[in-house]
Design a binder for this molecule. Structure first.
Ligand SMILES: [Zn+2]
Length: 123
């Protein structure tokens, strides 16, 4: 399990160098890189504010009826899966430590290359 503080998350996102709606996470179950823009395109909400509660927590595949995750994460997967971190099984690899000391499960932060590639696809 990796842990990151909120500040470290911000640093990782800054390194992606993309606007807020394109900041990217990777689903730990299927490997799909996704951003707020991905969720908006999938119909999870109309604005960044509306989909923010899902990003990094519920896979975009939940809104595209992608079905269950593959046996293990796939490289270059774009399909998504029906996973959410709120369920019975704990499969996340990252926990974010909030300022008040709570640990929140989160999808991992994508690399700058992954974030930029996704932004191009989501234009
Ligand atoms: Zn997924």
């Amino acid at each position: 399990m990796t842990t990151k503080t909120v500040e470290e998350m911000h640093e990782a996102f800054k390194a992606q160098g993309v606007p807020r709606e394109h900041l990217a996470f990777v689903c730990p179950m299927c490997g799909t890189v996704q951003s707020c823009q991905s969720l908006i395109k999938a119909g999870a909400g109309a604005t960044v504010e509306e989909v923010e509660k899902f990003i990094g927590f519920s896979c975009v595949g939940r809104w595209t009826k992608a079905g269950p995750p593959p046996g293990r994460p796939k490289e270059n997967n774009t399909k998504g899966c029906n996973w959410t971190l709120g369920g019975l099984f704990q499969c996340h690899k990252l926990e974010v430590i909030t300022p008040d000391g709570k640990r929140q499960p989160s999808f991992e932060v994508a690399t700058p290359d992954q974030a930029r590639e996704l932004r191009e696809r989501n234009k």
